[in-house]
Write a protein that binds this ligand. Structure first.
Ligand code: C2G
Length: 130
């Protein structure tokens, strides 16, 4: 069995998120998703997500292509999460290209192209301007 792991905030869930998860799932038999903790987002982006981590976890866990979810507390723990979940391949969107090559000693690392012209920030701005 080939296990795929991916990570993300998945805030204001949109079609770019669903497509990357579907493509990640196709690379193996089982898909595990690390959903960024609220605290990690505040540290990384300087603001809290629109949906809190329990809500974002619930959304991701409900998807047909997702087999398991957990909270990602830190970017530095990526290798530990990979080993813990027995992942054979790490998948990330290409906005992270090269940034996680350092886990290449424990699994394969694949960067997938992002879906153009949709983003959480863009959606927030769109809604704010209605
Ligand atoms: N994504 C995509 N196309 C978009 C927007 C996002 O393919 N138009 C992908 C990203 O490349 C990523 C996933 O959707 O693989 C989740 O994106 P974010 O929620 O923005 O994740 P991020 O905040 O970058 O968190 O350990 C890494 C972090 O947890 C990743």
């Amino acid at each position: 069995e080939r296990t795929v792991i991916t990570f993300g905030t998945f805030d204001v869930f949109h079609v770019g998120h669903v497509r990357v998860l579907k493509r990640a799932a196709e690379l193996g038999d089982r898909l595990v998703v690390g959903v960024s903790a609220d605290a990690l987002n505040i540290a990384k982006k300087g603001r809290a997500p629109v949906f809190n981590q329990d809500e974002r976890l619930e959304i991701i866990a409900s998807l047909a292509v997702v087999d398991e979810v957990f909270v990602e507390e830190s970017l530095e723990k990526k290798r530990d999460y990979i080993v813990e979940h027995g992942a054979d391949v790490l998948v990330m969107g290409d906005d992270w290209k090269g940034r996680f090559d350092w886990v290449g000693d424990v699994c394969e690392v694949v960067y997938l192209p992002r879906t153009p012209s949709v983003s959480t920030t863009g959606l927030i701005e769109h809604i704010a301007g209605l």
